[in-house]
Design a protein around this ligand. Structure first.
Ligand code: NAP
Ligand code: ZN
Length: 351
């Protein structure tokens, strides 16, 4: 066991602050990674503030962070990675490996997963600690390869925002000729736009922020709708094959269900604190469907990273030192991020 520098929250109302945490020494199948960048996901904020208390209550101290990119610093004897390799870790660090979901490569649905933070730690006891830290030790089955043409600060957010938007688009058949909506131009949403565009779809962004219009087009949107304008919304009634809803707060999902064509699907990836109201007739008329989707499996995460490498894009990031993390959280609540904060972990090593 060794101690690593990290930032943690000690309660739902306290800011993140500097601390040290225990990490296990790399065992046979483990990879120790020196973390270079860690993205800030809105889920980190939900979790730190215990906004998901009904589903996954936060255990304090909480070290968030599940968009991790770094360099391998040590490996166990049975590991394929070697010291110096680029490596990445997302939202999961373990699963049972034997259930039908794991055998199908869908570890995100394993009934016995270990998430990267706030989950029982099988090795050290207590809970797992995430990527707002100088290093992490992970079983190699959950370590991804980073294409070497990608900027590392922009690659980190792919590990959650990337896979969470890529996976449902692949599942629901987003291809050329499809009309696809993306609701909420934040960390997830802006990756959703990039993927839908790269997959050849006609992409419409729905935003509450008129100031993001030009960026939406630059990111790949064919049209941008200010969602508070009911006239603009109405023009799209009954026309979408697929809509990805990546909003972090309460909003009127019914107004988007109306925009689906027959058999169209809206997938929720956003996970607001409170339940959303859904009117039955919105779904009944048109046989529309509403579903959700969590991250993606390990093989699909690698596929997504390779897709990004082949297309030469990562996330659009604002790189910050870890000392600005609390300020970044306040800006996240105000939808004021373009379009993902990525923490430069050199700032933590320097403390
Ligand atoms: P984010 O960067 O904060 O983006 C959320 C966006 O939602 C904002 O930029 C804003 O876009 C829109 N928004 C915020 N408040 C709103 C409101 N009151 N009404 C309407 N729109 C609003 O967050 P994120 O990191 O992308 O995460 C989005 C959600 O996905 C979070 O709830 C997060 O926990 C969840 N998540 C789920 C998974 C999964 O596996 N399913 C994975 C990661 C994250 P505009 O300014 O364009 O309106
Ligand atoms: Zn996330």
């Amino acid at each position: 066991m060794y101690r690593a520098k990290a930032y943690s929250a000690t309660s739902a109302t306290s800011p993140l602050a500097s601390t040290t945490i225990a990490r296990r020494d790399a065992t046979e199948h483990d990879v120790e990674i020196e973390i270079l960048y860690c993205g800030i996901c809105h889920s980190d904020l939900h979790q730190v503030r215990n906004e998901w208390s009904g589903v996954m209550p936060t255990v304090y101290p909480c070290v968030p962070g599940h968009e991790i990119v770094g360099r391998v610093s040590k490996v166990g004897p049975a590991v394929k990675f070697k010291a110096g390799d680029l490596a990445a870790v997302g939202c999961m660090v373990d699963s049972d490996g034997t259930c039908p979901e794991c055998r199908a490569g869908l570890e995100q649905f394993c009934p016995n997963p270990t998430f990267t933070y706030n989950f029982p730690d099988k090795h050290l006891g207590g809970v797992t600690y995430g990527g707002y830290s100088e290093s992490v030790v992970v079983d190699e089955r959950f370590v991804l390869r980073v294409p070497d043409n990608l900027d590392l600060a922009g690659a980190a957010p792919l590990l959650c925002a990337g896979i969470t938007t890529y996976s449902p688009m692949r599942h629901w058949g987003v291809t050329a000729g499809k009309k696809v909506g993306v609701v909420g131009l934040g960390g997830l949403g802006h990756m959703g736009v990039k993927f839908a565009h790269a997959l050849g779809a006609h992409v419409v962004v729905f935003t509450t922020s008129p100031g993001k219009k030009d960026d939406a087009v630059r990111l790949g949107a064919d049209e941008v709708v200010i969602s508070r304008n009911t006239g603009e919304m109405g023009k799209h009634t009954g026309s979408f094959d697929f809509i990805l809803d990546a909003v972090s707060a309460d909003h009127d999902i019914g107004s988007y269900i109306q925009l689906l064509r027959r058999d169209g699907n809206i997938t929720l990836v956003g996970a607001p604190e409170k339940p959303l109201a859904v009117a039955a007739f919105g779904l009944i008329m048109g046989r529309r469907s509403l579903s959700g989707s969590p991250i993606g499996g390990i093989a699909e995460t690698q596929e997504m990273l390779d897709f990004c490498g082949a297309h030469g894009f990562g996330a659009d990031v604002e790189v910050i030192p870890i000392q600005k993390v609390n300020e970044a959280y306040e800006r996240l609540v105000k939808a004021d991020v373009k379009y993902r904060f990525s923490i430069d972990m050199a700032s933590l090593r320097g403390e």
